[in-house]
Design a protein around this ligand. Structure first.
Ligand code: CA
Length: 524
């Protein structure tokens, strides 16, 4: 390991009280590197990894973000590499006696005059894309729907230039499951609410097998909220259900013909829609991270947090999620709760998830991946401190349970697992019309249902994955841009992407992850 000629060693310390800092240089720093304040590296330290700024005795707290992110498992003299092998993880914070509303801040000054070109729906929501979505009740129909969607794209879509895409909402749920078990409510309401996503224009088309547990009636009305006019759908006449086992179907081709005829009716209606000028307050932005590294909490996530504050100031909706990545900062969240009810709901979701993990003989530490550790994140506490920054600094206005649909604007904690695909799927169900995804290790993640803007935490990743990353937040680490610069760039990019003026990298390359339902219920 050698420092490139002309390159100065750079350590990033987040908070003055921290006793570790991370190495910013591409490729890390070699042993013996002398740093400006007389610190000399005792050993080689990879990029993103922590260096002890002071002598740490065994048992001493390791502080980053001015939070104890671990304890020294052995003596760590100044200049040592501090990683997961030489530290232990703090216990999870209890959910009792949390501060409530202690950091409630005055509402941020409104941000007015920002607009985008969107598709208005009858229920008041606004789409950023004009998509025909075909819902499915059960995995059994997937092959038929995939075949039909390929033919619709090839034979019908070119005749409807105002429709962006046709998307099959396939999934692995629907049968072979205990559909009346309490845990089943989550996947069922998720599928119901995804069908109502603002990007689908208020029309619903369902393909069912016929004999499955999740009958179409249940998908369309799992609780007190049937899919009907004024609730995300343009009118009752726009709900079409095709049942493959119906007597009318004689052979495979008749199933495909039926799906294509129905799709054509929907395409005709969708094709009449036009973009209109909408206030930025109609944006519903879901933020999450995946393949995180130690830079996530230094560059990309703070920039997303700054943009989240801009969105909240513009009256928009921002959802942050990923239960295991906020669990260790729950006291920071309850302190920002706009009301005691919001704090109670935050604690309720955390307690439910603690219990869910415990049933599987796991805890929040199961979150971190080998790549996270390679990227310098020693444990889930350190990862969580960097992840939570995506939520910005405003009050938390509401909390959603997994699979629920938004009922208000502002900053919302939408409780989801941290799994990228499951989090994205649940944010789609909540009503997201734009997705922001930060990554340090790199992932080609994308969704077919909404545009996904990907933000790289490091310039090295942004350079190598130049056609996969939309924004390079690594410029913050190298001093080429400030958090505010990248935050504003992201905000303006969101308005352009939402308007259809720009496509994201994942859209151009048609990189789409499958829907992944959160099913805490039993299968049979
Ligand atoms: Ca994630």
């Amino acid at each position: 390991m050698q420092l490139a000629a002309g390159q100065a060693p750079v350590l990033i310390q987040i908070h003055p009280q921290d006793n570790v800092a991370i190495v910013a240089n591409d490729g890390g720093l070699p042993a013996g590197t002398a740093l400006p304040d007389g610190l000399t590296l005792a050993e080689a330290v990879p990029q993103g990894h922590k260096v002890a700024l002071r002598d740490l005795a065994q048992g001493d707290a390791v502080r980053r973000y001015n939070v104890v992110v671990g304890y020294a498992a052995q003596a760590l003299p100044r200049g040592s590499w501090v990683n997961e092998r030489v530290t232990t993880m703090p216990a999870a914070r209890t959910l009792q006696d949390l501060p409530v509303g202690t950091r409630r801040i005055a509402p941020l000054p409104p941000l007015e005059g920002y607009t985008f070109q969107g598709y208005r729906n009858a229920d008041g929501t606004v789409g950023t894309r004009n998509i025909l979505a075909i819902s499915t009740t059960v995995q059994c129909v997937q092959g038929v729907v995939e075949h039909a969607v390929a033919r619709i794209r090839r034979e019908l879509l070119p005749r409807y230039p105002n429709v962006d895409q046709v998307v099959g909402l396939e999934h692995t749920y629907g049968c072979g499951v205990a559909i009346d078990a309490p845990g089943a409510a989550i996947p069922v309401r998720t599928l119901h609410n995804i069908a109502r996503n603002p990007n689908f224009g208020g029309a619903t088309m369902v393909v069912s097998l016929g004999c499955e547990k999740l009958q179409p009636e249940r998908l369309l009305a799992p609780g007190a909220i049937p899919i009907r006019a004024g609730q995300g759908m343009a009118g009752e006449g726009d709900v079409d259900t095709i049942v493959l086992q119906d007597d009318e179907h004689v052979g495979f081709e008749s199933m495909i013909d039926n799906i294509m005829r129905t799709a054509e009716r929907h395409l005709e209606k969708l094709n009449q829609r036009r973009r209109e000028t909408c206030s930025a307050s109609e944006l519903v932005v879901g933020v999450q991270c995946g393949g995180s590294d130690a830079f996530s909490g230094v560059t990309a996530n703070p920039a997303v947090g700054f943009a989240a504050d801009l969105l909240v100031r513009a009256g928009a909706t921002v959802m942050f999620s990923e239960n295991t990545e906020v669990r260790d900062g729950i006291d920071q969240l309850t302190a920002r709760a706009a009301t005691p009810e919001v704090a109670d709901a935050l604690v309720r979701e955390m307690a439910w998830y603690d219990d869910y993990l415990q049933r599987g003989h796991a805890d929040r530490s199961a979150n971190t991946s080998p790549g996270n550790k390679k990227g310098g994140l020693s444990n889930i506490v350190e990862k969580a401190m960097g992840s939570i920054v995506k939520s910005g600094s405003s009050n938390i206005d509401g909390v959603l349970s997994p699979g629920d649909r938004l009922t208000r604007k502002g900053l919302i904690f939408a409780a989801t697992p941290a799994s990228d695909f499951i989090c994205g799927t649940l944010q789609l169900a909540a009503g997201m019309n734009l997705h922001i995804f930060t990554t340090g290790r790199g992932t080609p993640y994308g969704l077919a249902q909404v545009p996904v803007i990907k933000v790289a935490t490091r310039s090295d990743l942004a350079r190598r994955w130049h056609d996969l990353m939309d924004v390079d937040a690594g410029r913050i680490a190298t001093g080429q841009a400030s958090i505010e610069d990248v935050g504003w760039e992201l905000f303006r990019l969101m308005l352009d992407v939402a308007s259809g003026r720009r496509q994201t990298c994942a859209e151009k390359l048609k990189l789409h992850n499958a829907l992944a339902l959160f099913n805490p219920g039993p299968v049979t």
